[in-house]
Every structure is written in C-alpha cells, then in structure tokens.
Design a protein around this ligand. Structure first.
Ligand SMILES: [Zn+2]
Length: 212
C-alpha cells in the first residue's frame, strides 16, 4: 500500500498541479468519445496504450472483457448498466472491445473443476467466454499452448463483439450509422495493438492499417 499512498502524494504534488486547469474543466461533466471494454488484467492500461486523457474514454473492465448476451443475466448486470449509460446517456460514438495476450481468463477456461472449487463466481462468469474456446477446438484442433490461447483470445473478442449486438439499443444505433464497433488485440510483451478487419476476417497491426 505504501507505494500507492506515495503515488497519490506524487500525483497531487506534480501532475495535478501542472494540469489543475484541465481537471477543473472536466470536473463538471463527461463526454467520452468511446466506450472501451477490456480485461481487468493489471497489466493493461487503456489510457496509457491509447495515450488518452481522463475524460476521453469510458472504461468498462471485467475478467476476460466479457459482454454477457442481453438476456443472459437478468438484473444486477453491471456490464449492461455500463453499456446503457455510455451508449444511451453519454452517446459515445465508438465501442472498442479490447482483448489481450497472455490472458488469465482464457487460460482459466482450460482449468479443471478443482481450480474453481473456491471461486464459484469466477467459474460461472468464465462460462460466458466458453464458446470462444469451443470455436477454436472445433476449427483449429491442431493448435496447442500459446497458439491455441492466442486464437481463443482473438475469438473471444469476436464473440463479445457479437454479444454486444444483442443489446437492442446498440443494434439500433449501429444500423443508423451513429455507432461503430471495433475489436482490438493488445500484446502485453510487445505493446502491439491489432484491430479486427471484418473484410479480411483477421486482426491487422493498427500501425499498418492507420498510419499517422
Ligand atoms: Zn485478460
């Protein structure tokens, strides 16, 4: 904890002081351009990898960057609440679903029941990503280890892109052209981000696709 307390002290003393005006301005309201859905993995920092600032992106994180299908969880669905808030109330123009390499959630799909004995919620939650593993074992049965995990991580992004389209208000805005979906894959060890290209049906390095 010491490190975190020290960090807050440092933040107030240096960064905040320099940007005081900016923070005063954004204090009253938010109008983020995008909803950014990603894994809770401690190694992912959405603002860092997109070089964005507080207020730029509405961030929704959970284990495995999962979007439960619209009626999969009835009430108390915090993911649905965040999607409703950002899409309907904040009117974001883009939704990014960002998966990651070396994803613990994907690895956990291959654990046996004993692993989940003391973590029943984790078990239930991960089942929402199970179809991604099923797709890979069906269509790429020869894949093993890191190749298999990587394929499941990417299939999981596509699965969640499909799931978010089961939300009627998302579908409506997608069809009217007021909202756009993006699938990103972030590699922790290289810093590379690739984007799903539906025309090519594969992930393409973002730096090649969108040269600055
Ligand atoms: Zn992850």
């Amino acid at each position: 904890m010491e490190k975190l307390y020290k960090g807050i002290h440092e933040f107030r003393k240096a960064f905040f002081k320099e940007e005081e005006e900016f923070f005063r301005e954004i204090a009253h309201s938010q109008s983020p351009a995008a909803l950014f859905i990603t894994c809770a993995d401690s190694r992912i920092d959405p603002n860092l990898i997109t070089q964005s600032r507080p207020g730029d992106i509405f961030i929704l994180r959970n284990i495995g960057n999962v979007v439960p299908p619209y009626d999969a969880i009835k009430d108390k669905n915090s993911v649905a609440a965040a999607i409703e808030f950002s899409v309907i109330k904040l009117q974001v123009a883009d939704i990014i679903i960002c998966g990651n390499s070396n994803c613990g959630a994907v690895k956990a799909l291959y654990e046996d029941d004993g692993y989940f004995g003391d973590a029943p919620h984790l078990h239930e939650w991960l089942e929402l990503a199970r179809p991604a593993a099923d797709i890979v074992s069906t269509y790429y049965p020869s894949y093993k280890d890191s190749e298999m995990f990587c394929a499941v991580e990417k299939e999981n992004i596509l699965l969640q892109l499909n799931n978010i389209q089961t939300y009627p208000f998302v579908k409506e805005r997608l069809e009217s052209g007021g909202l756009f979906l993006h699938g990103w894959y972030y590699e922790i060890g290289t810093g590379r981000v690739s984007v799903y290209d539906p025309a090519a049906d594969r992930f393409v390095d973002i730096n090649i696709k969108y040269k600055s």
